[in-house]
Design a protein around this ligand. Sequence first.
Ligand SMILES: Nc1ncnc2c1ncn2[C@@H]1O[C@H](COP(=O)(O)OP(=O)(O)OP(=O)(O)O)[C@@H](O)[C@H]1O
Ligand SMILES: [Mg+2]
Length: 224
Amino acid sequence: MPEALVIVEDLHKSFLHMGRRLDVLRGIDLNIHAGQILAIVGASGAGKSTLLHCIGTLDLPSTGRIRLGGEELTTMSSSRLAAVRNRSIGFVFQFHHLLPEFNALENVMLPGMIQGRPRKELERRAQALLEEVRYDEDGNPVTSNLADYGMISAAELPSFEVVHMETPTFLNPLGAKGIGESGTIGSTPAVQSAVVDAVSHLGVRHIDMPATAEKVWRAIRDAG
Ligand SMILES: Nc1ncnc2c1ncn2[C@@H]1O[C@H](COP(=O)(O)OP(=O)(O)OP(=O)(O)O)[C@@H](O)[C@H]1O
Ligand SMILES: [Mg+2]
């Protein structure tokens, strides 16, 4: 079996609180393998968040070792830690922690923007996860405003000439076929496929875009 993705050894964490030492983590040993889904359960105040903060590099343990992907985290420089955090660790906090200066899509795009990746590329990936317009039975949009949709502005669109090209087909009532945007770009379907792959071992074969948390949860529930 390959080395575990996360290896925690003899982890201790103490806080000084009003002059008293509070020993929250007392010798935690934990191995987490790639692809493993793990829940840490315990009473409020037991130290779950403290452990996750240490593994997630948001806080340093008092003593002990944490290896992630073969690298020791507890002795790493802060700039190297920032890079590891940016590329290798995802956080879902108890509260949103969204940055109000950025729209919903940009909040998802931020780690990639920090890496200097092309904005359009990130936008298309974020769209696969978030962007949705809902309609009622009569075809009226029920998405309340454009902020929900996270629409890009016209000024950001490149200018190009539209070529009107139809290919005849007998397979649909219009008698013509064309291609939607998702057929012409790679990143949106790549993200969508990655999400389906990640839960395929649970029997999920398809999730409609966008792959929001609710849709992924429903797909897992319906497959089970
Ligand atoms: N920065 C801190 N300074 C002092 N004490 C702290 C600090 N952070 C956490 N604690 C204490 O450490 C203990 C564990 O806290 P922690 O937040 O890890 O618990 P938890 O298991 O995540 O609880 P919950 O289920 O309520 O989220 C608590 O007694 C808490 O008061
Ligand atoms: Mg907690």
